[in-house]
Design a protein around this ligand. Sequence first.
Ligand code: S3P
Length: 435
Amino acid sequence: MTDTYHVRPGGALRGSLRVPGDKSISHRAIMLGAIAQGVTEVSGFLEGEDALATMNAFRAMGVRIEGPDQGRVTVHGVGKHGLKAPGRPLDCGNSGTSMRLLAGLLSGQGFAATLTGDDSLRRRPMGRVAQPLSLMGARIETEAGGLPPVRILPAPPLHGIHYDLPVASAQVKSAILLAGLYAVGETSVTEPEPTRDHTERMLTAFGYPVTREGATARLRGQGELKATPIDVPADISSAAFFMVGASIAPGSDITLTGVGINPTRTGIIDILKLMGADLTLQNQRLAGGEPVADIRVRHAPLHGIAVPESLVALAIDEFPALFVAAANAAGETVVTGAEELRVKESDRIQVMADGLQALGIAAQPTPDGMVIQGGKPYGGGVIDSRGDHRIAMSFAMAALRAGAPLTIRDCANVATSFPGFATLAAQAGLGLDAA
Ligand code: S3P
């Protein structure tokens, strides 16, 4: 395991590269493939620890899954009622998506199951899924304060509900919709801001009708899913580190190929463009019901902005990288309305502010975001990523403009979302040694 990154200052990113498959779509391909009728062939699957945790959970429930082999996975669907009670707690590792979506899916099964995870995941809020699932008739228990482990007990058939999401969360929306597959009647979810809609799109691809009216997604329970091939695009959230790196490093010119550009995920592109970045989308096409493109990024001088709150949910995983962009953007960048960052794999507001300050960057955390005075020279130093994959990769890119080397600690979890990051980044021109 690669725990510490040593990154030399300076350099530029160049060339054409493909980042690994989309994490959100990879999770869903396993989940929906498992409960579909027939065999689902997946290509471009993310062979990262989070998606593998989902895969192992379904294997523990009796689903035969072959692979992954160079991104190819074959899921032998058991149908909606074919899962078997797992003989042990299901370990979701670091993955909030596994735990929250499984909580919804398992609520409808009629057998008992326990969901647990690593130290980070066991600090993350699960009451946000337990509460609406209980309203549907699920018997679901958490530890005090809504923390994992999550225990799901056998319950009579669920019934559909309408739920107004109190926070913009695709994981909560998806948990409710997946439980809704097993519920009597109609289940609908209204979201306060658009969030990623991969669950809705993939259900439709599996022949399960989901309707959308404005901010509300709706489905009727008790239909069937039919296996369909899934071609997973490259993950825009992984591409984001290279978009930021190339934008801030003079002389950079990279093309990121086959990146998913689902409009519920492209906040990073919009925000970087507002800051003056030079990004162009080429060769736009559809792959497996999802839009993809090659994204060319060339260095450009960035300037600070007030990030529109309407873009926050559409870039929710990209803020660690965006804070690094802001540190390299002339003037002030203000992020508000992003309090969800405090309950991700780490408290991403505090951990990023601590790291930026360690480099000498004026970064002031606020309850729901950050204020960064950017565009001034900064130094190197030691960064603690707190085991958060996206913090580690963001600071690796910060080295491109640092005045001295960076040592980034606790990077092993990069493997949850971006196996091979250190090698790919070094090939592109980052002075990264993983020890
Ligand atoms: C995800 C939704 C987001 C995101 C996470 C993946 C998903 O979480 O941060 O990395 O696959 O549905 P929230 O829905 O909790 O914001």
